[in-house]
Design a protein around this ligand. Structure first.
Ligand SMILES: Cc1cc2nc3c(=O)[nH]c(=O)nc-3n(C[C@H](O)[C@H](O)[C@H](O)COP(=O)(O)O)c2cc1C
Length: 324
């Protein structure tokens, strides 16, 4: 039995979608509602012109919003009916979604639905608490269910290689004025009125170095912004790469759906994720990773998973700004 009407379920799905993760919190999406059908559109005005020329991270972000809507509809008691890239003549129409047949949500879906607003990106070291192998296996199964693969990187040498690629990419991007300006553009200064971008309450002022060291993006850029980190946390956590077999627009949307499925499931077990996608924005480094470590599969997200007790801030645009 559904507890909400179709109309209420659609409203809940729209409200939930706002909380999906997106690159630099660009929130590159808009929605149109016709009857009970939601059209999810990519907002290309919010695409990162330097870091994300192909629009890969834009569509991963939209895929995450799509999975969020599916979860919210399930929690409201409806099986979602989804069409991905339904109209070749309208490439920015990412998907249509509507509530289908009534269906009782299972326990995990309800738990994941409860994490949609609570989940936060982490940007520092993790505590020494272990992420259970059983959870990692379940996260990998979930990613597979969305057409992606979550490759948990167990081999210390491989973890060091990924950390080194991240350092190389961050080093090059930090020297490049175009990259720096784009990060500054999406850094949200303390007390700023805007409701997008990465706020100063979302990253530490200086983070203890993990071994191996995975550098963060420099959102504070020459300002004394950021929170006081938990200095007792020093672990890099578990490194994982989300991959797809191909690298088309549909694969990026699938990767985004898999990403949010992994993140909400992890968050339901108090496991957070930190992302390091700098190397994936540099063609040669991405190709190196693909061929040397991933047997030719396409890396879509690099993340560290772990346990933290630090509170983080995030902001979102109101729904009224997103309805077109
Ligand atoms: C495609 C994609 C790439 C991202 N890359 C990074 C990254 O390299 N570094 C980082 O700190 N966060 C990264 N993020 C996380 C976003 O910055 C984060 O989702 C956004 O700021 C919203 O904050 P929240 O996840 O805490 O709600 C990425 C997210 C997505 C979807």
């Amino acid at each position: 039995m559904s507890i909400l009407t179709e109309r209420q379920a659609v409203e809940a799905a729209l409200d939930a979608a706002r909380w999906a993760p997106s690159v630099h919190n660009t929130q590159p999406w808009s929605f149109a509602v016709k009857g009970d059908e939601i059209a999810l559109r990519a907002d290309v005005d919010r695409q990162l012109r330097v870091e994300d020329v192909p629009g890969r991270e834009l569509l991963i972000s939209c895929g995450a919003a799509l999975y969020t809507m599916r979860t919210a509809l399930r929690c409201a008691g409806f099986e979602p009916v989804v069409r991905v890239l339904p109209d070749p003549d309208r490439p920015s129409l990412v998907a249509t979604v509507r509530p289908g047949a009534p269906a009782e949500p299972d326990e995990l879906t309800l738990l994941m639905g409860g994490e949609i607003e609570r989940r936060r990106t982490h940007r520092a070291a993790f505590t020494d608490l272990t992420v259970p192998d059983r959870l990692l296996d379940a996260l990998a199964l979930g990613a597979m269910g969305e057409g992606a693969r979550l490759a948990v990187v167990g081999e210390p040498t491989a973890v060091e290689v990924i950390a080194a690629l991240t350092r190389a990419a961050q080093g090059v991007q930090a020297q490049d004025r175009r990259f720096t300006l784009e990060v500054i553009r999406w850094a949200r200064p303390p007390a700023a009125g805007r409701s997008d971008g990465v706020p100063a309450g979302a990253y530490p002022r200086t983070a203890p170095r993990t071994d191996p060291f995975f550098p963060q993006r420099d959102y504070a850029w020459r300002h004394d912004w950021g929170t006081e980190p938990d200095r007792s946390a020093t672990s890099a956590g578990v490194v994982a790469v989300l991959t797809t077999a191909r690298d088309g627009r549909g694969d990026w949307i699938a990767a985004g759906q898999a990403l949010q499925r992994v993140l909400l499931h992890a968050s339901a077990h108090d496991v957070s994720a930190a992302f390091h996608t700098q190397a994936l924005e540099m063609h040669h480094l991405r190709e190196f990773l693909r061929h040397e470590l991933l047997s030719g599969e396409f890396p879509q997200m690099i993340m560290r998973l772990g346990i933290t007790f630090e509170e983080k801030e995030s902001v979102r645009r109101p729904l009224s700004d997103l309805l077109g």
